[in-house]
Design a protein around this ligand. Structure first.
Ligand code: HAM
Length: 419
């Protein structure tokens, strides 16, 4: 061990487990690529104000969880705690929204939140996300929910649920907000919660403490305050995803930890994960563009947590079918054999055969251990006697069967065997 450890709340992805993370990212990305979403990548840090304005001044993310720093040049930056605001910033900056709407993009990458670490909650984690920017169309909300469902199904997950709600718009939410505030003022709540009720009353609905939850049983629900336009919009989203065979639950108390949401909001929760059960979440954010100085661009998106999705797979005992990456492992015995086999390995790789090599001048026994560990289907062993005869031993690692083939036949023989 070195003097250093991974910082608190972080962990390293190491082979062979890291292959699972790649497979999860790929499984989430595949349906998006297949549905008109283009890949976008933004920096790991942004002007801190982007998040303050976008995610919301009073959210936990902005008040407590951001990694904020000042550069030598005097810029105040934050490691991104989420990527929706950055994506919208990038789209506006590049004027992508002027070339046709909606702009549909997906991303994959690290997020940073200074949270209290526990299982499923880390300070560095990764998301795959999708944003559809600049169209108000319930079919777009439905598309995103259907695609997330599809990627989880493709991974074999079953014990997840989709919680769906509508948070209304700038017309009906203020009316509801006032009604909820009235209700909350009449409750027996501590100072901090009362303060929160004044600044961000919807967040109080998300309070996990049983004594608070008990008092909230009769809280007014946004559902009963939705204006006609929001009601019709939500009904249409529900119908479209139902028609697609996606099962969901209406959760009138679902609120999200970010302030930019309007209308459709949803969360993917997994029942095998304990308290950190949200594996993904998202919704509509019709006002975010204006909040960060852009034109009106009604949009919708989600982000799925890669770390928690991997935990969900483990909770369900799902082993992903990850094929061994190495097909052929070459074992040279001696100097000359090393030069010849190394050239063959290079040639195999050029021909698209995944090949690895025993480095470090190991003896046969240690080298074969490496061959086993690599998961390769075939080993190529070149000893002194083989060398003299111009052959190499081709060993089938599954059957144990070994045959001598000409050194010049290696590439053709392996190509045909690996088909
Ligand atoms: P979020 O709900 O904050 O939404 O995060 C989405 C997912 O990221 C969560 O469901 C969870 O799986 C994962 N996640 C969040 N925090 C942590 C953590 N500390 N450790 C491990 N995993 C975590 C957003 O970030 C929005 N930007 C989603 C969105 C996109 N809305 C519209 N477009």
């Amino acid at each position: 061990m070195s003097t250093f450890k991974a910082p608190k709340g972080t962990y390293d992805l190491l082979p062979p487990d890291s292959a699972k993370y790649l497979a999860v990212r790929e499984a989430i990305a595949a349906p998006l690529r297949n549905s008109g979403y283009g890949y976008i990548e933004t920096p790991g840090f942004e002007n801190v104000e982007l998040f303050a304005r976008g995610v919301g001044e009073s959210t936990d993310i902005v008040t407590k969880e951001m990694y904020v720093f000042e550069t030598k040049g005097g810029d105040r930056l934050a490691l991104r705690p989420e990527t929706t605001a950055p994506v919208l910033r990038a789209v506006l900056e590049a004027n992508l929204h002027k070339a046709g709407l909606p702009v549909k993009v997906w991303y994959s990458g690290s997020q940073y939140r200074y949270e209290r670490p526990q299982k499923g909650r880390y300070r560095h984690f990764s998301q795959v996300g999708a944003e559809a920017i600049g169209a108000e169309d319930p079919a777009l909300d439905a598309e995103l929910i259907i695609l997330a469902d599809q990627s989880y199904r493709a991974l074999g997950l079953q014990n997840f649920r989709i919680l769906l709600n509508s948070l209304g718009d700038q017309e009906c939410r203020p009316v509801y907000r006032a009604a909820l505030q009235d209700f909350l003022r009449g409750l027996d709540l501590d100072e901090e919660t009362l303060r929160r009720a004044e600044i961000n009353p919807l967040r109080v609905l998300d309070d996990k403490r049983p004594d608070v939850q008990k008092q909230l049983t009769d809280a007014p629900l946004l559902r009963d305050y939705l204006c006609d336009a929001c009601k019709a919009y939500h009904e249409e989203v529900r119908e479209l995803i139902t028609a697609a065979g996606v099962v969901f639950e209406d959760d009138p108390k679902l609120v999200r930890g970010l302030d930019y949401y309007t209308r459709t909001t949803f969360e993917f929760v997994h029942d095998g994960l304990g308290s950190q059960s949200a594996v993904g979440g998202g919704g509509r954010y019709d006002g975010l563009s204006e909040m960060i100085g852009g034109p009106a661009l009604p949009s919708v998106g989600w982000a799925l947590g890669v770390d928690r999705t991997v935990l969900a797979l483990e909770a369900e005992g799902i082993e992903l079918d990850i094929p061994s990456t190495t097909s052929v492992f070459a074992v040279p015995l001696g100097e000359e054999a090393r030069r010849i086999l190394f050239a063959k390995v290079t040639e195999l790789r050029k021909n698209g055969v995944a090949a690895d090599f025993s480095y470090g001048g190991k003896g046969l026994k240690a080298a074969m251990k490496g061959a086993n560990r690599s998961g390769a289907r075939y080993a190529l062993i070149l000893g002194e006697r083989d060398l003299a005869e111009g052959v190499v031993q081709l060993k089938d690692m599954e059957s144990g069967e070994q045959t001598a083939i000409g050194v010049n036949e290696i590439v053709a023989e392996l190509e045909s065997r690996l088909g």
